[in-house]
Ligand binder design. Structure first.
Ligand code: HEM
Length: 390
């Protein structure tokens, strides 16, 4: 790295904020330039990309890769949020080039828009059943926002419903200490093995991969689908349903009509993801050979992140150019699943739970920014009137 920017802010700071407050430090960071050198959560420098235009270039540049073998050897993988290196675990997120393209080809037909559309009815049924079981008043972030994505992905993969509690527990333990995370990985392996015993996408994925890929490796790929899908969709559901119910409250206060349904649910989903991206940063990237980005020369092995949360306020981004799912070869593999399941949950709340309303004033909702590279989430989403339409 040959150039140092001084900007006096840190995009990895945590805190608790109102949902409409900007993410900490992002305006100062963007003002410092398209590429800002700052201190990584696990120590040492990281180059943060702050504009949508440069983000697309970086995420598509083959000289900037996701293999964590290039991460600084001093980093604690848990503090940094690092997966094992590509040589140590077969994974979509860390593979590059031809092996990555082959893995994407194996996953793509299973998660296509057509397959997801065909599952939308089953997703609505799952959301309806889970919401109806909560009682009249519940904090939706206490269980629903975690359990619903896991039920959806579990049904897709072929995981018995009786094991969803284990999946909920494993996902929560991934966020605990090292011992919890190790126990969770054991549980995920059992979940993967159980899914492969039934008809579903887990078995289909096994069949699409070469026989040289071991069952343990398939279990790891299934873990990625379950955990990456839960972590992100969980967060998104909180912000999305808060937006729907806040709009319903406002409509009810301004007229005698019941709250108006959102006119365009897919557009609402994308707007919520743009404003509050569940992954605030891209996957870690590392420079393989000297690269110049917007005048900043980055040396081999420099860590790079794209500031996805900051892009919402990039004046150069243009409408409809949200990048919550990333871009380039590593763009989210579950993008159609995520959009379909989020829209299904909105449809169910709007259509089947006409009396559901925020149990606290919208102004009392709080967003918790955990700091580091983890996504922000609502502290709670208390909802009353959770009675299904008769
Ligand atoms: C609202 C929900 C979601 C958001 C916002 C989201 C966001 C992202 C982002 C930002 C990336 C990294 C892109 C990059 O650095 O270039 C990613 C990758 C990935 N996501 Fe998602 N995701 C969501 C849901 C899901 C779901 C439901 C699944 C599972 C089926 C999933 C599976 C993956 C996988 C496997 C990757 C790695 C892809 C690769 O490296 O080739 N995601 N996602």
């Amino acid at each position: 790295m040959t150039q140092q920017s001084s900007h006096g802010t840190c995009p990895f700071t945590g805190g608790t904020h109102r949902p409409d407050e900007p993410y900490p430090g992002r305006d100062v960071l963007r003002a410092a330039g398209p590429v800002v050198l700052t201190e990584a959560p696990a120590g040492g420098p990281v180059a943060v990309v702050t504009t949508a235009a440069l983000a697309r270039v970086v995420l598509g540049d083959r000289r900037i890769v996701t293999d964590t073998a290039l991460a600084p050897s001093t980093w604690d993988p848990r503090v940094a949020g690092l997966e094992p290196a590509a040589a140590d675990a077969l994974s979509l997120t860390t593979a590059e080039g031809a092996p990555h393209a082959a893995l994407r080809r194996a996953h793509a037909p299973m998660l296509s828009p057509r397959r997801m559309r065909a599952r939308a009815g089953a997703m609505r049924d799952a959301a309806r059943e889970l919401l109806a079981g909560l009682g009249d008043t519940a904090d939706l972030t206490a269980d629903f926002t975690t359990r619903y994505p896991l039920t959806v992905v579990g049904d897709l993969l072929g995981l018995p419903r009786a094991m969803i509690d284990d999946a909920v527990d494993a996902c929560r333990r991934m966020l605990g200490d090292a011992a919890d995370a190790a126990a969770a990985m054991g549980a995920f392996a059992r979940l993967g093995a159980a899914a492969m015993e039934h008809d579903g996408l887990a078995r289909e994925l096994r069949g699409r991969l070469p026989a040289s890929v071991t069952d343990d490796e398939v279990h790891y790929l299934l873990f990625a689908l379950i955990f990456a899908g839960q972590l992100t969709t969980d967060i998104a559901l909180g912000f999305l349903l808060a937006r729907v119910l806040t709009a319903r409250d406002a409509a009810q206060r301004s007229s005698t009509r019941r709250g108006s349904p959102p006119a365009d649910v897919p557009a609402l989903v994308d707007d919520v993801l743009r404003r509050d991206p569940p992954a605030p940063f891209s996957l870690w990237r590392f420079i393989t050979e000297e690269v110049e980005l917007a005048g900043v020369v980055l040396a081999p092995r420099t860590p790079v992140l794209v500031d996805l949360a900051g892009l919402a306020d990039d004046p150069g981004a243009g409408p409809g150019s949200g990048m919550a799912f990333g871009a380039g070869p590593h763009v989210c593999a579950g993008i159609h699943l995520a959009r379909t399941e989020l829209a299904a949950a909105v449809d169910v709340v709007v259509t089947d739970f006409p009396d559901a309303r925020l149990a606290v004033p919208a102004a009392d909702l709080r967003r918790v920014d955990p700091g580091g590279v983890q996504g922000s989430r609502l502290a709670a989403l208390p909802v009353a009137g959770l009675r299904p339409r008769a």
